[in-house]
Design a protein around this ligand. Sequence first.
Ligand code: ZN
Ligand code: ZN
Length: 232
Amino acid sequence: MLLCDFHIHTTHSDGSVELDKVIDLYGQAGFDAIAITDHVVNGDTSLGKLAHRFRYSVRADSFDDYIGHVRSEAGRAWEKYEMLVIPGIEISKNYLSAEKSAHIILLDIKEFIPACMDYKEIFLEARTQGATIIACHPHHMSDMSPDTLFLWKNREKYARYIDAWEIANRDDVFNVISLKKYPYIANSDFHKPRHLYSWKTLLNCEKNTESIKQCIKHNRGVAITLLRNEEA
Ligand code: ZN
Ligand code: ZN
């Protein structure tokens, strides 16, 4: 099965590790497929404006550079490690209220999508681009990050647009996802080197972007595993 992680940040947003070093870290750890998913933060709130000021967000005017960099590193990752790298973003709708906030990974994105668009518009635009839509950390989290509960609270309305939900994110496991029998994957939400050791996805499919997207969507041959640090 393919060892995968579809939720990784770099210094293109608020990650602490540069993209090329992230590629080497995952390549040397033996991963088969990863996605780089830097934040695209909504700029229409005070929280969002701060993220833009500190450059913790990919923006309309930096998107092409970001995707270009991911694609060139993807070429190197394949040459050196036979590791597939999928370009993505994490649409980050941050509000003071957790009930209004949500983070959404879009895998295999081609064009910029602003995070201040409404949810349905984002989903429809992502589908037009052929992107896979993943609801991130959809329930209460154990760490200090603000919760993002909008999609879970409004699942009756929006589940039809979502290809898979994070059943695990880093150290958290969200059992509500399995109770609802929703399609699932597990990701690290990598921001720092120690986050390599966290929940991951195993996929029983071919190592190419289309097969991986189909495997996530149909959610057969999917397993989760906790990657541990052998030296710890
Ligand atoms: Zn997030
Ligand atoms: Zn994230």
